[in-house]
Write a protein that binds this ligand. Structure first.
Ligand code: HEC
Length: 115
């Protein structure tokens, strides 16, 4: 390999490292994840039903995550073809769960998942 090519590659590599922190800055929170993942199938008018945090009360959300989520989404696929149960990792689901329970219909701050 030519020395200039090596230098160019090294510079490109350094540049990509330099940009990485920016790309990962701002860890998505529960609301971001709910909007991106859940809402893609549960927006208003969806054939799968419209669900926002305030659609259910806290007990119903807890029961949903404990007893229904896995079974109801066993075969569901994201628009990019990944299985819902794989695309949404346990860490992501924990954030989504907290967001939906914290903003359920009977919570102190009922919420839809935003615009
Ligand atoms: C790829 C599409 C898809 C995604 C993404 C998705 N769902 Fe679903 N969801 C479904 C389907 C399909 C059903 C089953 C509907 C039925 O039973 O007719 C369902 C059912 C539900 C139900 C109703 C369960 C019941 O009691 O019958 C709730 C609540 C729900 N989803 C919440 C969520 C939440 C929260 C997320 C995000 C973590 C999510 N869904 C992500 C497709 C999806």
């Amino acid at each position: 390999m030519h020395r200039t090519t090596q230098l160019t590659l090294a510079a490109a590599l350094l540049a990509s490292f330099a940009f990485a922190p920016t790309a990962f800055a701002g860890e998505p929170n529960g609301q971001d994840l709910y909007k991106t993942y859940c809402k893609s199938c549960h927006a208003a008018g969806s054939a799968h039903g419209e669900y926002t945090p305030m659609t259910l009360i806290q007990d119903q959300w807890e029961r949903f995550y404990k007893e229904k989520y896995a079974a109801k989404h066993a075969t569901a696929q994201m628009p990019d073809g990944r299985k819902v149960l794989e695309a949404i990792t346990p860490e992501m689901l924990a954030k989504i769960r907290k967001f939906s329970v914290d903003h359920a219909a009977d919570s102190e701050q009922p919420m839809t998942c935003g615009k």
